[in-house]
Every structure is written in structure tokens, then in C-alpha cells.
Design a binder for this molecule. Sequence first.
Ligand code: SF4
Length: 416
Amino acid sequence: MTRNGPILRVEGLETRFFTEEGQVNAVHGVDMEIDDGEVFGVVGESGSGKSVTALSLLGLLESPGRVTGGEIWYRSAELADSVAEETPTAVDGDYVNLLGLPDRVRRTLRGTHFSMIFQDPMSSFNPSLTVGEQIAEAVEAQQRARSNPRSVASRTQGYGLGQYLMSFVSSSREYVSEESRDRAVELLEMVGIPDPVLRAEEYPHEYSGGMLQRAMVAQALAGEPNVLIADEPTTALDVTIQAQVLDLLDEIQAETGMTILIITHNLGVVARMCDRVGVMYAGEIVERGALADVFDSPVHPYTQGLLGSVPDLGGSSGRLQPIAGNVPSLLDHEMPDRCYFADRCPKAMEACLQKPPELPVDGAAGHTAKCYLAEEPFDESTALPDGYFEDGSTDAADSADASGAAEVASDGGESE
Ligand code: SF4
């Protein structure tokens, strides 16, 4: 890992969904810094807001979702230079606030500066085109974007309606250069696809799940992005293929020095891959720090609960300790005016009911937690009595759904 200072600085990110039931505060006040060349993990159970955070970073949210606040500062002197004249308020030295850029400029950054690996490769490839064609088109699109980064018209927009209509005008073979096709084969080889020349001519259904995930990694690398976001990159794979895909990401990171943001519910993936980690709960980062600090000395009771629910193959045969209850409603009018974890927290105190705790700007060695216990040790005599909350959700034995943390730990969940 190299440490060249943050390549991405997210400050007070807020993303809301405007639904008929009301405003859903899916992400509210997320702060994080990701260093150039590091692997940063965001971990949390389904509904915690981790995937929404990733989509917000890339500007890929769909209606009724919208980023409503915060700033996303991305370090790129080249980009800062090219947009300074048009959007001076979005530039600060070598940093560019992505949220201050017009959509047409942001679109050109996808693939070239940022790329994303999605969790379900089968639904991300077009079944009617060969894998090689699709990767070659990604290469072609990124080359055009690089040659004219201000023009969205210089690139395609993937394999949607535009590509369908374009197929009537020019065949893919004419539209995509031979160089791009050769590069697609190189990329397939790079991610370990055997017989890449032959495999490039095959359709997605002819690939196994693991191979298709590798092909998606190849496609994500087509534009040589600076930041790769991997959203649950191994969820759909069996354990041995998971390990191969993680090895592949590891090798690519070591070779290219690429920054990787991994979004996952799987603590094993975080432990295997990440330099630092942010734990997400109810739309917030509740604890963050170096992997060893957070995993060896967790401060927030939610992080402690997650780690306590991990099966220990070499340890005692005691039962897993799931976290009782569910993530609270994030509907604006239903959000509690107290710590959002309070009614699931075995260490909740009177102070936790007064107002939500803040996440310190920086703690010792960058290890911080959004919990009053980050400032003082837990005193059992101050804990609220069992059953304090009406639904009794602090009592794990009585909980109707105590599976959230076990799901996070055991790789059985889905991205929200
Ligand atoms: Fe538990 Fe209080 Fe910390 Fe919230 S602030 S996690 S309720 S101890």
C-alpha cells in the first residue's frame, strides 16, 4: 500500500429518497477519506446505506434518490485544470468537488477516473453480445473520452437503447477499432481467463459465474481508472471462486497501485483485503480506522456485535451472538432523536437518549467511533435496564429478527 494522501475526501454526504411515504434519509452525514493507493472497506448490514453511498459517489443514483448535501472532493490535477474555467467553485487546488460539476462532465469521469464492479455480473452484461465485444466497446468509449474529455458525445453510453439503435447504423465491428478488440483480449488474459482469444467470442451465458465476474473486472479496468469501487464483488460466488476474485483484485492493486473501495456485508472480505475500514449503520459511518484497530479494539457496540457474530472455526463451540432487532426506519419523520443504535445496544445509557453522538473529526491514530463510549469507558451501573425499550428489542432471546449481524458475518445477505 502507498500513502500519498487522500485521493477522495467525502464530507457530510447526504442522500435522500423522496417516496410517497415520505423522505428517506438513506445516507446522512457520511464523512470519509480514502488515501491514494489504499483499499478501503465499507461494511454494514443490508439497509445500512453502503451501496447508496457508492452510487452517490459515482453519480449513478436513480430517481427518487438524490444527493442533497455534502461534498465529494477528488484529487486530480489534470481534471482540476480542465474544469477550472467552467466551474471555478468546484476546484480547490488539485481537488475537484464532484458534486459541483455538470452531469455531462461527471459522466466522462466514469470509466476513466472511476469504475465500478457490480455484484451480479450476469445482469450487468448484455446477453446478446459477446463478452469481448462488450469489453472492447468499453475500451473504445474510454479512449474517446480521454481524447476529448469535455465531450460526452465522444463516447457511447454502454449497451442500452443508444447501442441498440447504433447497431442499425454501423456494426459493432466497424464502430469498435481493432486496437480496442485486441486490448479487450489482453484484459481478459490479464484477469486470468483461459484462451482469451476464443473466450472473447463467447456470450455471457457461456461463462461460469466466476469467469463472468473476472470479465466484469476486465471491463472495469478498460479505462485504467484511478479509483475502483467494488460493490459486493463476491456475493454471487462460491467460496473458492470468491477467494480467486479477491486474489485477482489484490494482484491488480499491487500492480497498478489503484485505489479500491470495497462495499460489503462480509467481514471476511474486509479482513482479507482492506487497509482501513468504515462501519456503516443506519446511513452513517459509526466507526472507522485502520483494520487492525477496528477489528482488534472495536469501540462502537454495533462493531462489537458484528465481530461477535462471526463464526470462530478454531474457537469454542458457543452459540453466535446476533444483534437483536433491525436497522431503524430512515423515514425522516420516524427517525429517533437519540443514538440510532440505542434500542439495539446492550450498553445504552441515559446520555444516549438525549441526542445522537457525533463522530469526532479524528481520534487517536485516526480510529474514531460515533458513540459516547469513545470518550469514556463503559460503566455497567449506568446502562439502561433490560427491556427498557417498549418492544424489548434489547433482549436477543425475544427478538423476532435477530439475524442482521449474523447475516453480515456469514456472507448470507445482499446489498441494499
Ligand atoms: Fe450504544 Fe450509547 Fe454508544 Fe449509541 S451512543 S452505541 S446507545 S453506547
